[in-house]
Design a protein around this ligand. Structure first.
Ligand SMILES: NC(=O)c1ccc[n+]([C@@H]2O[C@H](COP(=O)([O-])OP(=O)(O)OC[C@H]3O[C@@H](n4cnc5c(N)ncnc54)[C@H](O)[C@@H]3O)[C@@H](O)[C@H]2O)c1
Length: 357
């Protein structure tokens, strides 16, 4: 079968990682056709790496007009996701759109409208869903019985410097939506998926007094999500923790689920499963290949994308996951701003968007 021709828009840290490590690892399925970046040194770096077989564009609209490729991978700063995603979909391309899907639920709804018109395959870069041990947790979900509590700790090093055409966009709310949207849409996606219900309200507190005092994004927060089925989830985020041992470039994800008959805990690459009715603990370990990047999760997500493009399927990290994670994360950011819980109903009314069924 012919490889899927990929056009990457945004050749910064993640675009590079995807072009080399992820799409590169699946060379039978994907072929890099074009790279776009409006920051000259980044486009030059791509040219240096991939040579004359790939086409290079400083303007993504020109790339869509002049280059024939199948899949657009949008890997630009978050504030560009909506505009670029809708343009790629209008041009009839399949789309892999980095998280967050857009800066707010209204932006997500406009991407969904464009996707429905295009009828192409869209995957959102919520790759934690594809982590081996998260998959194992999904398989073993029945151990929990009735799920009551979810928790997630991400204690990590600060965001890395962003030297591209919009320097350090990631620590400016107008460009990233804020830390709970930019970073934590991943965690809210896991909460929403495992809770299996609509969030009723989100209450979050946080500030930016340590790492980001010079700017306007949070560097620490606690967020609690109450679901309509009585499940509760709590996220703790710290953006100024020292790096975890053995994983210099990666934060450690600690994620736990507690139900009335069991418990599962993921700590980095170790998963423990307790069943109240049985003695002992089951343990699983993921042997990480990529210690500095996200290839261990993104490569499986791309396998799902290939399958969906070949069979007109819907990826696990679909538009609904993208929208619901942004709705929950947006409510959390708003809750910090207002200093009170925010109901999902308020978010729906404000953006005239329903939380996906
Ligand atoms: N899924 C994950 O775990 C994960 C991890 C890191 C980053 N990301 C996401 O990937 C995206 C990019 O993050 P990054 O860390 O690579 O940022 P980055 O700043 O390193 O790279 C962004 C690139 O986009 C380019 N760019 C900006 N405006 C452009 C335009 N108008 N046209 C073409 N190129 C343009 C910049 O010059 C830069 O090279 C973000 O949405 C981020 O949330 C996801």
């Amino acid at each position: 079968m012919e490889p899927i021709r990929v056009g990457i828009i945004g050749f910064g840290m993640m675009g590079r990682m995807q072009a080399l490590g992820c799409f590169g690892a699946l060379a039978d399925d994907f072929r890099l056709a074009a790279v776009c970046d409006d920051h000259t040194p980044h486009l030059a770096a791509a040219r240096e790496l991939f040579g004359p077989d790939v086409r290079y564009f400083p303007d993504y609209r020109r790339m869509l007009d002049e280059c024939d490729f199948d899949l657009a991978a949008v890997v630009t700063p978050d504030f560009l996701h909506e505009e670029m995603a809708t343009a790629c979909l209008r041009a009839g391309r399949h789309l892999r759109l980095e998280k967050p899907m857009a800066l707010d639920p209204g932006g997500c709804a406009r991407v969904i409208e464009a996707a429905e018109k295009a009828g192409t395959v869209v995957q959102i870069g919520l790759e934690l869903r594809y982590a081996e041990l998260v998959g194992r947790m999904r398989e073993r979900r029945e151990v929990l019985g009735r799920l009551k509590m979810l928790w997630c700790h991400e204690f990590r090093h600060p965001f890395l410097a962003k030297p591209g055409s919009v320097p350090d966009w990631i620590v400016r709310r107008e460009y990233s939506g804020g830390t709970l949207i930019e970073k934590c849409c991943h965690h809210f996606d896991l909460f929403n998926d495992f809770a299996g219900a609509r969030p009723a309200s989100v209450y979050a507190v946080g500030d930016h007094e340590v790492q980001y005092a010079h700017t306007d994004v949070l560097d620490n927060a606690f967020a609690t999500v109450e679901y309509e089925n009585g499940t509760r989830a709590n996220l703790s985020l710290c953006m100024f923790a020292p790096p975890a041992e053995g994983r210099p470039g990666l934060s450690t994800l600690d994620f736990g689920l507690l139900g009335d008959s069991g418990r599962m805990e993921l700590r980095g690459d170790e998963l423990s499963v307790w069943d109240r009715g049985r003695p002992g603990v089951e343990s699983y370990r993921h042997e990480r290949v990529d210690l500095v990047g996200h290839d261990d999760e993104i490569v499986p997500s791309l396998r799902d994308l290939v399958r969906c493009i070949r069979t007109c399927g819907t990826p696990d990290a679909d538009l609904r996951a993208g929208l619901s994670s942004v709705m929950t994360a947006w409510a959390a950011e708003e809750s910090v701003r207002l200093g009170r819980p925010v109901e999902m109903r308020e978010v729906e009314e404000r953006f005239e968007v329903d939380y996906p069924a």
